[in-house]
Design a protein around this ligand. Structure first.
Ligand code: ADP
Ligand code: 3PG
Ligand code: MG
Length: 396
């Protein structure tokens, strides 16, 4: 069922609390190193402002520990500065979330005004879903919008208890959450066939539930990344020094049986003698990795074969780089997969922190149908989970 959206809200003259996910990647010094999550919230923010609302924006940043020295990096000031640039209008940064500074800034808001509150996780009530804290936060605003897709799998106060403080007709999702849900719907219920999933990444253990949920829906599941070697080991092949999750071999065997011919493993591998960028590399064919070598990317034949399969699909979902793409020698496989998705006229959806980063880095993000702003939220959605943060937003 579609959810009530910001289009359904009375906005003129109202103070709208928008829960955004401005949990952006930062440099060591705390600079915003990738503003995609901020840019992705702009359609909702601009729409509300154009319709006469003022905005109270709430987000977490990082995982604060309560130690002031460490938490300094997680203050929202640089995010506020970047948002101000992108919005092209003043953004008032409050130095607390529900304290006197926030209250004064919100009280002074007029239509068209924007306040960004301090990191909501600086309050211990946020993680606990504390109702008292939620009531204080909700008390600042007239209506609530969830546009924080990346945080939808969390039951924190600003995601669940805060919207519950508003009457149902004053709760809605924003355009980003709406788009993410539409894409997931296109992937998970009656996708256009053939449908292909490409799964890679660091660990098979992170992706077992996703694979189980996707298997009945997809025509083929193309495997790459480090999880390849756990599957190969489970089949009895030698894996050299490759990354293998030895405690997951039974689960890998179970998935192999469940999937049968749908699960496709690489036919060649780019291997190296160590993780050092200067290590010797070579391509090995087949399913055995020689002693003393580790697999760090799919080989060129696999990349071409996977690209050809992607060309024949009408729906493609991709999570997990198929190699250690951060290092130049091991990025070709991931680049070829990204290019194949970009060239395809199919519905092509990409999600996961590092996968999205790779597609952005290759400059191909605009050429796929959708790059999710979710890491954990995207994966849990692919697992078939539903979120409390969305249950509290009424259906239309
Ligand atoms: P995502 O965040 O997109 O869900 P993951 O977190 O599962 O992806 O995995 C991403 C990481 O997997 C990347 O940092 C990449 O370097 C690593 N990786 C992929 N293939 C290999 C490999 N063969 N060996 C070691 N690391 C790998
Ligand atoms: C994310 O980056 O996945 C979300 O912002 C949630 O952050 P968290 O994993 O710290 O809850
Ligand atoms: Mg990751």
């Amino acid at each position: 069922m579609p959810k009530q959206t910001i289009r359904d809200l009375e906005l003129s003259g109202r103070k709208v609390l928008v829960r955004v996910d401005f949990n952006v990647p930062q440099t060591k010094d705390g600079e915003v190193s990738d503003d995609r999550r901020i840019r992705s919230a702009l359609p909702t923010l601009n729409y509300a402002l154009e319709h006469g609302a003022s905005l109270i924006l709430v987000s977490h940043l990082g995982r604060p520990t309560g130690k002031p020295e460490e938490d300094k990096l997680f203050r929202m000031d640089r995010v506020a500065a970047r948002l101000q640039e992108l919005l092209g209008r003043p953004v008032v940064k409050a130095n607390d979330t529900v304290g006197p500074d926030a209250q004064a800034a919100c009280a002074a808001l007029r239509p068209g005004g924007v306040v960004l509150l301090e990191n909501v996780r600086f309050n211990s009530g946020e993680k606990k879903g504390d109702k008292k804290f939620a009531a204080q936060l909700a008390g600042l605003a007239d209506a609530y919008v969830n546009d924080a897709f990346g945080t939808c799998h969390r039951d924190e106060a600003s995601m669940v208890a805060v919207p519950e403080c508003f009457p149902p007709e004053r709760r809605a999702i924003g355009f980003l959450v709406e788009k993410e849900l539409q894409v997931l719907e296109a992937l998970l219920s009656q996708p256009k066939k053939p449908m292909i999933a490409v799964m890679g990444g660091a660990k098979v253990s992170d992706k077992i539930l996703v694979i189980e949920n996707l298997l009945p829906k997809v025509d083929q599941l193309l495997i790459g990344g480090a999880m390849t070697y756990t599957f190969l080991k489970a089949q009895g092949h030698s894996t050299g020094k490759s990354r293998v999750e030895a405690d997951r071999l039974d689960e890998a065997k179970h998935l192999l049986e469940l999937a049968g011919a749908k699960l496709v493993l690489p036919q060649d591998h780019l291997v190296a003698t160590s993780l050092e960028p200067s290590a010797e590399t070579k391509v090995v064919e087949g399913s055995d990795i020689p002693e003393g070598w580790l697999g760090l990317d799919i080989g060129p034949k696999t990349a071409d074969a996977y690209a050809a399969r992607i060309r024949g699909a009408k729906t493609v979902v991709w999570n997990g780089p198929v190699g250690k793409f951060e290092d130049e020698p091991y990025r070709q496989g991931t680049l070829k997969i990204a290019q194949a998705l970009a060239e395809s006229p199919a519905v092509t959806a990409v999600g996961g922190g590092e996968t999205a980063e790779a597609v952005e880095e290759f400059g191909l993000a605009d050429q796929v149908s959708h790059v999710s702003t979710g890491g954990g939220a995207f994966l849990e959605s692919l697992e078939g989970k539903s979120f409390n943060s969305l249950k509290v937003i009424p259906d239309k």
